[in-house]
Design a protein around this ligand. Structure first.
Ligand code: AMP
Ligand code: ZN
Length: 137
């Protein structure tokens, strides 16, 4: 398959590997937002949260927790952002699911987590919650 992260899994494209197990691979992001920016992916191709199996997603999240602990020890960031983008509208560029770990220091200038808090219309919020709830299985 013509997927850059599948090629990283198979070794066709080199990567700076950090961790791997049966289901998961973690490697350094080559366009880091900050020191220590890394990615965790399932080895089996899945484009987004909607395609990945529950077992693979849990394995990715478990590895994310392990990697975050190592980053904390190694680099001592003041905070960590986890990012996981699904779909072009959400700015996903590589269509193979991945979690970003972005270590953060105050004043680092990284803008991924800055948004203005604007109160919403509570009636609209409750209506949307009803819509979501009825599709929860
Ligand atoms: P996104 O799909 O927007 O969540 O982000 C894709 C991420 O993959 C970006 O942060 C890229 O820097 C990163 N990336 C793309 N190609 C490679 C590669 N060959 N090795 C490591 N990271 C990569
Ligand atoms: Zn893939």
């Amino acid at each position: 398959m013509d997927c850059i992260f599948c090629k990283i899994v198979s070794g066709e494209i080199p990567s700076v590997k950090l961790y791997e197990d049966d289901r998961v691979l973690a490697f350094m992001d080559i366009n880091p937002l900050n020191d220590g920016h890394l990615l965790i992916i399932p080895k089996a191709h899945a484009a987004t949260i909607h395609e990945i199996t529950e077992a693979d997603f849990l394995a990715v999240m478990s590895a994310t927790r392990k990697l975050a602990a190592a980053v904390k020890k190694a680099l001592n960031p003041e905070g960590i952002n986890l990012l996981q983008l699904n779909g072009k509208a959400a700015n996903q560029v590589v269509p193979h699911l991945h979690v970003h770990i972005v270590p953060r220091w105050s004043g680092d200038g990284v803008t991924v987590s800055q948004w203005e808090l604007v109160p919403g219309d509570m009636e609209k919020i409750k209506g949307i919650a009803d819509q979501i709830r009825k599709d929860l299985k």
